[in-house]
Design a protein around this ligand. Structure first.
Ligand code: ZN
Length: 74
């Protein structure tokens, strides 16, 4: 109890993940995009899978809704 089991992943050779496919959710076009696409500021990610990218948006929306609720809506 009270012990936090944090997993820290250390990637050898730098912080960039450049293996495998990368997926982003584009906030501009409201769709999942591959590695080539819109600018990073318009997208969330990267994610290892397309599905993950889609679910990431759901989480962002949930967070936004919670934020709105906390701040008395629009
Ligand atoms: Zn886009």
């Amino acid at each position: 109890m009270g012990t936090r089991n944090l997993e820290i992943t250390i990637i050898d050779g730098g912080a960039m993940i450049d293996e495998g496919p990368q997926w982003y959710y584009c906030l501009k076009h409201h769709k999942v995009e591959g590695q080539v696409g819109c600018k990073a500021k318009d997208r969330i990610g990267p994610f290892a899978t397309q599905e993950e990218a889609e679910h990431a948006l759901e989480k962002v929306q949930e967070r936004n809704d919670a934020w709105k609720a906390q701040n008395g809506g629009e």
